[in-house]
Design a protein around this ligand. Sequence first.
Ligand code: AMP
Ligand code: ZN
Length: 436
Amino acid sequence: MDIPFWSKEIETLDRASLQAIQLERLRDMVSWALKTPFYSKKLSYVGIRSPEDIRDLRDLERIPFTTKDDLRRSFPKGLLAVEMTEVVRIHSSSGTTGIPTVIYYTRDDVDRWTDLLARSIVATGASAQDIFQNMMSYGLFTGGLGLHYGAERVGMAVIPIGGGNTKRQIQTMKDFETTVLHVTPSYLLHIHSQFEAEGVKAGDLALRRAFIGAEPHSENTRRKIDDLLHIQAFNSYGLSELNGPGVAFECVCRKDMHLWEDAYVVEIIDPATGRSVEDGQEGEVVLTNLIRRAMPILRYRTRDLAFLHPEPCECGRTHRRLSRILGRTDDMLIINGVNVFPSQIEEKIMKVPEVATNYQIHVDKKGALDRLTVKVEIYPKLFLGDVAKLEALRARIREELRSSIVISPNVELHEPGSLPVSEGKAKRVVDERPKD
Ligand code: AMP
Ligand code: ZN
């Protein structure tokens, strides 16, 4: 097999040299972290007051974990390590309680991140010959701009179409003879379901590859995508706290994702004890960013469950491979690639005076797409009110929810006492999406 590389030397570096780079960069990151109010406190507490206190990689374990709550509590600038004048990019994601998390990048940070994406793209066999249709949403979400920059660096012809508008997506694939897509797996399957209506057959298009990510999916879903679209789909993993996409990406072997270990230190821990598990064992992914100075993040608990492959990949890369994401340790739902916490929904609906006490969050699939329905009980006297008023209430709740969770759910109004009540812990979320 012909194995393409973007930076062959670093991608195939022996493990000892790779670890030497990690140590050097970790020290650098600690020196930046110490400039932030958040880490200077946290690190001095465990006796780390200068980069020299990190003598080898095992010292990483002395550093306490960082959580999403820490990020929220330090909003907006508690983790900023540089002057605002050094910052060239800000990304942000909506939070569970309305407090967002924010990520800052200097010009060099964006440059190093872009390089990881160029490396990831080339590892799949894509190249400057390709026409790249970037169907991930642009804006505060890192998926759109992240891959956009990486694809331009590789020299691909980039179409920054963003998400949605299926008709236009299909027309664009035809018009520009798109060869590579970047998209969530659920949206790609939805697009395929519209091919017939648009008079297109998969074989007529020039498509060859898709980078799929932002949401969990199984090997069967990948195969289905391959077969239905006559392409090869590659799994892509990342999260905004660690820059965005480009943390781990599949190579041409498509046997799980190389996690770029010169840029991130990965640990897999037992979520209950916080201790590292062996390669091959499932646990929570914990990541340290080695390449972002504007906002250092050390030992971030991603809440994603996965394992590392103990054996090397056939492609010759020495960076270990991360399995598919097998689940989450928290209750975060991923609806068509958008992260939604049940607490965000509760927070909004409980503020609506007409809403009584019981509600249920229901998730299923309609065709290829996820569908979110929020069922709420309202007070009886309102239920007897006129239809127009009920419709207005429904629309108001929907709009309230949209402003918080970004997507627009279906809202159903129910009579009090009509939704199931559980005797123990309330079961607020019913997720009926098929596992495959
Ligand atoms: P965000 O910070 O909005 O980019 O969301 C990051 C989260 O999306 C991760 O922590 C994962 O839970 C999920 N995610 C991203 N990529 C994948 C993937 N390839 N497979 C499964 N889940 C993913
Ligand atoms: Zn490989």
